[in-house]
Design a protein around this ligand. Structure first.
Ligand SMILES: NC(=O)c1ccc[n+]([C@@H]2O[C@H](COP(=O)([O-])OP(=O)(O)OC[C@H]3O[C@@H](n4cnc5c(N)ncnc54)[C@H](OP(=O)(O)O)[C@@H]3O)[C@@H](O)[C@H]2O)c1
Length: 327
């Protein structure tokens, strides 16, 4: 089988996680990189041993020898360049969040449908054994009826200039990190939220540096989540049922072996789950399954749309200081 030839749209830091995964996968290979700056593309290609480089994203999209584009651009550019790539006939693995407006997700879906290409959001934890085990525990009813999910992702962010602080590029902690607890909770609950309450602390550039949100789901299940660039490092999910609670200490970037803790009354059971050595391998293999074997990607565009809709509602709630209903 001829491997899929990938092109990187930009020299983003996150490429460092994807490139080793592409190299570990026999069905994928790294063929090209583009940068807004030709010299940067050139230097990057030499540093990473990438065969071709382009001094512009459109040039990479015009290259017939690229099958799949990886889009790690700033959040506010995800939808625009994913649509452009799809129109150029490329399959796209797009970094999270897929877009920063529901209408943008719809435009991506329409472009993918019209061009007959696969587009998926890169959510590495979705392809991991730990996530599958948590979902199985929830679906088996081990916790009883679901009542509450708590999820957080915060870290002290020290860079003074970064795409995450730029409101014009979809900056802010909720767009950067909210996809994790919100997407995780939607997966575990298996439903879409109906109401959003948000509260934010804005920084000097106008983006949220801290966000606390609550989403109400059908049957009274609630997600409480917080994200932030100014708090200590925390990354955790707790899923609370009518009979037991499950703590997932490392849900989003699981390593090769991760504990899960189930608390029932005074008893606490720890389950150890074996994961993958290569966290990002799952998403590139998933693209290969989708493109080469015609399987639906693990993260559908509808799924990505649900997370974007929830984030948009939370931000609106925080801005307007009132709860916001979701359609
Ligand atoms: N899945 C994960 O684990 C994970 C982790 C971190 C980040 N991410 C996601 O990956 C994406 C990139 O994050 P990052 O931290 O890697 O960002 P980054 O290092 O700042 O890279 C962003 C790249 O976008 C290009 N770019 C195009 N227009 C730009 C503009 N106006 N300003 C700045 N850069 C521009 C630049 O490439 P050129 O200059 O070469 O054109 C730049 O290298 C984000 O969407 C983020 O949410 C995902």
């Amino acid at each position: 089988m001829t491997p899929l030839r990938w092109g990187l749209l930009g020299t983003a830091r996150i490429n460092r996680s994807l490139v080793p995964a592409l190299r570990a996968s026999p069905r994928n290979e790294l063929a090209a990189v583009a940068s807004r700056d030709a010299a940067r593309a050139d230097a990057y290609a030499r540093e990473w041993g990438i065969p071709r480089s382009f001094g512009g994203y459109d040039e990479l999209l015009a290259d017939r020898d690229v099958d799949v584009v990886y889009n790690p651009l700033p959040n506010g550019l995800h939808a625009e360049w994913t649509v452009r790539a799809a129109r150029a006939g490329k399959h796209v693995l797009c970094e999270k969040p897929l877009a920063i407006a529901v209408e943008q997700v719809d435009a991506v879906a329409e472009a993918a449908r019209a061009a007959g290409v696969v587009v998926a959001e890169g959510l590495m934890y979705r392809h991991n054994a730990l996530t599958r085990e948590v979902k199985a525990i929830v679906d088996r009813g081990t916790l009883g009826e679901l009542r509450l999910v708590r999820g957080c992702f915060t870290f002290p962010f020290t860079r003074e200039r970064d795409v995450r602080l730029d409101p014009a590029l979809g900056g802010g902690s909720l767009w950067d990190l909210g996809v994790y607890p919100i997407g995780y909770a939607r997966l575990m609950i298996g439903a879409e939220p109906v109401e959003a309450h948000g509260m934010q602390t804005l920084g000097p550039s106008g983006v949220d540096l801290a966000f606390a949100g609550q989403l109400r789901f059908p049957a009274g299940v609630v997600l409480q989540c917080d994200t932030g660039f100014r708090a200590a490092f925390r990354r955790e999910v707790e899923i609370v049922g009518s009979e037991a609670a499950l703590l997932v200490p490392n849900p989003f970037k699981p390593g090769p072996s991760e504990p899960l803790h189930v608390t029932r009354g005074d008893e606490r059971e720890t389950i150890t789950v074996a994961g993958s050595e290569q966290l990002y391998l799952g998403e590139v293999e998933d693209m290969a399954d989708a493109v080469l074997l015609g399987r639906p990607p693990a993260v559908s565009l509808d799924d990505s749309r649900g997370t974007v809709a929830a984030i948009v509602a939370l931000l609106r709630s925080a801005r307007e200081g009132r709860p916001v209903e979701l359609a």
